[in-house]
Design a protein around this ligand. Sequence first.
Ligand code: TXA
Ligand code: MG
Length: 344
Amino acid sequence: MKKTQIIENIMTEPHLLTQIGEALKQGKTVVFPTETVYGLGGNGLLDEAIDAIYTAKGRPSDNPLILHISSREMLDVLTGDVSLDALALMDAFWPGPLTLVFNKKQGVSDRATGGLSTVAVRMPRHPIALAVIEAAGVPIAAPSANLSGKPSPTEAQHVIEDLFGRVDYIISDDSVDIGLESTVCDVTGNEPIILRPGSISLKAIQAVLGKGSMDPGLSSIDEVLQPKSPGMKYTHYAPEVPMVLIEGEVHSVVDYLKSFGVKDERIGLLLFQDTLDLLGIKGESLGGRQNLEQVAVQLFKNLRHFKSQDYDKILCEIPSSAEGIGEAIRNRLLKAAGQLVIKV
Ligand code: TXA
Ligand code: MG
């Protein structure tokens, strides 16, 4: 059990930032907010720090970590192979919620990359994340700051639930504004390939480069066609209670739920606001069907709401639209529900 310190006001008290930077450099684990979700950070150049991250999360060590940087110079430590396409994406989206996968330089620890010859790198735009990396002066390895398998944390309270006593510091600041993890994009080939959808959509990447595709393994139920990103094969985002998804336009969903009977208190409902309004019942709101950005920000918090002592099953609506952040929401929900969808 570690003695976890919770840090507030880091941006107004410079000595705290210096202390955190020093702690990271020496191999301590620090949870910090980013614009996507909270990250569980450690010195990306120090094997013992990386081991401490895997231990704190309970994560399989073949699932590689993203290295977070605060300047383009830091990228040089990690890769010597930055294509023109990669540069264009960095110009368009960094700092921000885009992770790029490069061929790694020799010397980048196999522990951080799960033994792969590539390394995933992101420059976050959250001011605290940038300041913390800058203070440490080294690339910071940081997976989402949840226990392995659970939904990623979007509030300090989620981090405390999962990691108090398992990390050295938690920087508390509730200002995550996207709510889903970054888009992961492989730029080692001739065409960029999205390995994990996020708020930066395939369309946005194609608008910059005029090319790009989704990893076909992402939407495949074929055992042979596995996703390219190691993390995408693990059970993930799972709420405590088994979940089934419902997909359809609002009236079909309402009719289905009415015929099915929605009175069972042990069945948790997580529905779009207009569905709840038409049903006239209590349930958790996903947010507006037409406002998927808002749905994304609240999604992991909503999944964490359902506890096994209160519910046996969750029925959750899934947006049909894969436009914009819809693709990423669909990806997370399908994984959280083990791909179980009722189409109505
Ligand atoms: O928004 C985010 O990306 C957050 C914040 C903290 O930055 N981080 C995050 O990290 O979501 P994590 O570890 O939970 O997810 C990283 C994903 C995993 O699916 C992992 O398999 C994939 O990135 N990944 C890491 N390195 C890779 C590589 N070299 N090649 C392919 N996929 C990689
Ligand atoms: Mg994660």
